[in-house]
Write a protein that binds this ligand. Structure first.
Ligand code: KG4
Ligand code: ZN
Length: 349
């Protein structure tokens, strides 16, 4: 089963070809970082226009990389949401058109299930049931994945997503967009024990909150700036601030995940979403193997938004259609069996 998948939910134009939900025959990502960096964030209208220019190019590159023609593709998939609507439309319309032209099924994919499916790529040995910590720019969730048709949202952030907190704190520290990966780099040079930061308590034990931590960082930066006579902070101070923030985030995420896994009886853990590229978080999660957990983390290439994870999700979680995109509300989601939207259905609908 070869799936050609597209991902255009935010600011990356991506195409991939994935075989049997595991083997990545091709994966192409065109980043718009340079385009948006000058504005300090993503401009939705610009992002959509860039996707239109790039989408045919990435599809052709993916076919070339895999050395395949369109005829060799069995299904076409694209992210249907959540994301920027103008951006989503480009990938979804392109994949649906290709499916229609080739008379092959189209599969709509939930972006978050894409991140979850990224842990199933390559020679990953993990299979449900597992507890997934999903940490991205827009979401922070604990998902109990009991099977590919049955999962539960057991915890989520009450305010900022982890990636969002990273990007905002990076800006506070004067680091350019996109801040998360840079903050991670700077933190590796710093001393995390220099500042003590709060770990938020939440009413529901598996929920998260990062707005207090962000405010604490803002106060620290203000205090340090005053101490340094209102001038730009020395690199060593920035590194220590970054390291303290990074340590507190990793500590919060790991503690909650472990407590939740123990309470619910999960021995398999998965870390996914853009922030799973974070060095401290990866290290802390991998070390959990010493505590009897088996841990799955996607390879770096499949942490940030990419289309390989969408191709995997289209294989493993094929039942999510446009009308069912609210499957991530709190509670149990049981999906109907085999409701892949075929190109024929699409024509009638
Ligand atoms: O999953 P993703 O690519 O896009 C969304 O679906 O949101 O995640 C992007 C987020 C951004 O907030 C980015 O700053 C963050 O992931 N991120 C990181 C790192 N790499 C990416 N945050 C911390 N450390 C990193 N190494
Ligand atoms: Zn994402």
């Amino acid at each position: 089963m070869r799936i050609l998948a597209l991902e255009t939910s935010c600011d990356d134009t991506a195409a991939a070809i994935v075989e049997d939900g595991r083997w990545v025959l091709a994966s192409v990502v065109e980043s718009q970082n340079a385009l948006h960096a000058q504005y300090g964030g993503i401009l939705p209208e610009l992002a959509a226009r860039f996707h239109v220019e790039a989408i045919n190019r990435v599809v052709e590159q993916a076919l070339q990389q895999a050395n395949l023609s369109l005829d060799a593709v069995d299904r076409f998939a694209a992210t249907l949401g959540p994301g920027l609507i103008g951006s989503l439309l480009v990938g979804a319309t392109t994949a649906k058109t290709l499916a229609w032209l080739q008379n092959k099924p189209f599969v709509g994919v939930h972006h978050l299930l894409g991140h979850v499916a990224s842990v199933l790529l390559d020679d990953s040995r993990v299979e449900p049931p597992f507890l997934a910590l999903l940490v991205s720019g827009g979401h922070t969730q604990l998902l109990a994945v009991e099977s590919t048709r049955h999962w539960r949202l057991v915890g989520q952030t009450l305010d900022d997503a982890v990636g969002e907190a990273y990007d905002k704190v990076a800006r506070l520290l004067g680091l350019p967009y996109p801040g998360g990966p840079l903050l991670d780099k700077v933190a590796q040079q710093g001393d995390f024990s220099r500042y003590t930061l709060p770990i938020a308590r939440t009413q529901q034990p598996w929920d998260f909150s990062f707005s207090g931590l962000k405010t604490a960082m803002a106060r620290l930066v203000e205090r340090e700036t005053q101490t340094h006579g209102g001038k730009a902070l020395p690199a060593a101070v920035v590194a220590d601030l970054a390291a303290s923030f990074q340590h507190t985030v990793a500590e919060t995420l790991v503690r909650k995940t472990v407590a939740c896994a123990q309470a619910m009886g999960y021995s398999q853990l998965a870390l996914c979403g853009g922030v799973s590229a974070n060095s401290a978080l990866r290290m802390r999660f991998l070390a959990l193997a010493n505590d009897g957990f088996s841990v799955a983390i996607p390879p770096m290439a499949y942490c940030m938004d990419n289309a390989a994870m969408i191709g995997a999700a289209a294989f493993w979680f094929p039942s999510v259609l446009a009308g069912q995109l609210d499957v991530f509300s709190r509670g149990v989601a049981v999906l109907p069996v085999d409701t892949v939207l075929s190109s024929a259905d699409d024509r009638e609908g």
